[in-house]
Design a protein around this ligand. Structure first.
Ligand SMILES: *Cc1c(COP(=O)(O)O)cnc(C)c1O
Length: 371
């Protein structure tokens, strides 16, 4: 990269420069919620005031996700990654199947593969930038899907696979909150809140069907206490977690749920995500030096747009120049190893800021090609 720094003119800059795929932009109204509840910081999570906030999160999520009344919402510390380990003890009876199409789905598959008490999992892997789909197999008792592969920007419509004896679990960490999903297609839809919910990480929420609760009760094997989902069910029913949660994270989640629901719920969030992502993809399709990484439009994410950059420009120079101008975290997923940028288009990100980001990208790319 040239020594002369490139300065993006201020009228081309977004108002907010946070475009990271997680942790993602936290809105100032969420910070205001923390301030408004400052007297609850440093108080017990086993007392009414905090338990009421947990209960309100559970109720609002049930509304946002249009859950049938017999579904339950679990929460436990550790994030989506912990849930994979917990699933290997408390959900998978003997054999799981995994649709693998990026880093996160492959990490879960690797956990199942390594678990000494489980059979070799069935792994169906897609080429990078495409999804893979699972089919019913009588030896499989747990089907594992990923709603949005944050590493590649591949998004699927979660679907039901298998029969009454098996369960479908969906890692929805970056997809949850961007689009309505029919709850009857899954038995568990789980996510950490540092993506669409614009909160901090460290916790995981899991929307569960009665069949999932029955499965958790039925799997009868030793589990380390923190991974034992039976304990998670008991605590979640009391609006608690086994160990101490981060109260500010709960506040940030509750504030985001209020914002979603006051503005129309999933219609509102979906419109923002679709507006933002289609702007980026349209730009990339029309730019001679950029192109959408995910070729199948039906698998293109509405929350994490991955854009390949022509080899004549180093995408790292684009990312570094943006960062020097206050536009941060447009880096591609590190292990994907492509000449790429990745832009989060979560609900919190203002579609107008995406329009400005595109102007900034045009400016930076033309400046870099002239050097
Ligand atoms: C971010 C992410 C994870 C990891 O979440 P943690 O909270 O860091 O454990 C897992 N799956 C997907 C799809 C993600 O986007």
């Amino acid at each position: 990269m040239s020594k002369t720094p490139i300065t993006i003119p201020s009228d081309l800059l977004p108002t907010d420069g946070r475009f990271g795929s997680g942790p993602s932009k936290v809105r100032k109204e969420q910070i205001q919620y923390i301030d408004d509840h400052a007297n609850l910081l440093g108080t017990s999570h086993r007392q009414k005031p905090i338990k009421n906030i947990v209960a309100s999160i559970q109720e609002k999520m049930a509304t946002l996700f249009s859950l049938p009344s017999d579904y339950e919402i679990l929460l436990t510390n550790g994030g989506a990654s912990l849930l994979w380990d917990a699933a290997s003890y408390s959900i998978i009876k003997n054999k799981s199947a995994h649709g693998v199409y990026g880093e996160f789905s492959s990490r879960f598959a690797a956990i199942a593969k390594k678990s000494p008490h489980l059979a070799e999992p069935l792994i169906v892997e897609g080429e990078p930038g495409t999804a893979s789909y699972l089919e019913a197999d009588p030896s499989v008792d747990t089907y594992c899907l990923t709603h949005n592969e944050t590493s590649t920007g591949v998004m699927i419509n979660p679907y039901r696979v298998g029969g009454d004896e098996s369960v479908v679990i969906v890692d929805a960490t970056s997809g949850a909150g961007s689009v309505a999903v029919d709850p009857t297609v899954y038995d568990m839809y789980y996510f950490s809140p540092q993506k669409c919910f614009g909160a901090d990480g460290g916790i995981v929420f899991a929307l569960c069907s009665p069949a999932m609760i029955a499965r958790i009760e039925a799997v009868d094997r030793y589990a380390p206490a923190i991974l034992d989902l039976k304990t998670t069910v008991d605590n979640s029913r009391l609006n608690q977690t086994l160990n101490t949660p981060a109260l500010t994270t709960l506040f940030l989640v509750d504030a985001q749920l209020d914002w979603f629901l006051e503005n129309g719920g999933m219609d509102f969030t979906n419109k923002r995500c679709s507006d933002s992502s289609s702007q980026i993809f349209t730009w990339a399709k029309n730019h001679s030096l950029a192109s959408p990484f995910v070729k199948n439009e039906n698998e293109r994410s509405i929350v994490t747009a991955t854009i390949d950059i022509d080899p004549s420009i180093d995408a790292e120079d684009i990312v570094a120049t943006l960062r020097a101008n206050g536009i941060v975290d447009c880096d591609p997923y590190r292990k994907l190893g492509r000449n790429q940028i990745r832009v989060a288009t979560f609900p919190s990100i203002d579609p107008e800021d995406i329009s400005q980001l595109i102007k900034s990208l045009d400016f930076v790319i033309s400046a870099l090609t002239q050097k």
